[in-house]
Design a binder for this molecule. Structure first.
Ligand SMILES: [Fe+2]
Length: 135
């Protein structure tokens, strides 16, 4: 069973953003599903790498959107993105040093962070974008 099931409460109503958030959820679910595999280390490191890369891509797109739409709270939003990237880079190092157990901790962190960020910080820019008719 999937770790995260997408529910409407996670939707921002902005198709591009929602599509990318769904992809992130799918990548976290893949990580979670891979944790029980027998030879999981290469699969986990590849899936984790993919998740990190896609997160960087998604943050870039979201920041572009907020810039284009002159979102006033962009500085704080970007700071949250940066601190998340710092956290996952630390986890990446821990995992690279051979500790497989770290992955469960990472997955829980990813899940909590992403869902809280989507429901809180991301949703805050929605009314601004809607008011400006900007997507
Ligand atoms: Fe965001």
């Amino acid at each position: 069973m999937s770790l995260i099931i997408w529910i409407d409460a996670y939707s921002t109503g902005i198709a591009e953003v929602d599509g990318q958030h769904k992809k992130l959820v799918e990548l976290i679910n893949t990580l979670f599903d891979s944790i029980t595999l027998k030879d999981r280390t290469p699969v986990l490191s590849q899936a984790f790498e993919e998740l990190v890369n896609y997160t960087v891509f998604h943050f870039g797109k979201e920041e572009e959107l907020m810039t284009r739409c002159a979102y006033p709270d962009i500085v704080n939003h970007k700071a949250e993105h940066r601190s998340f990237i710092n956290e996952i880079n630390k986890f990446k190092q821990e995992f690279a040093s051979g500790d497989n157990k770290v992955m469960l901790k990472v997955i829980n962190f990813l899940k909590d962070w992403l869902l809280n960020h989507i429901k809180g910080t991301d949703k805050k820019y929605v009314p601004h974008l809607q008011a400006k008719g900007c997507k």
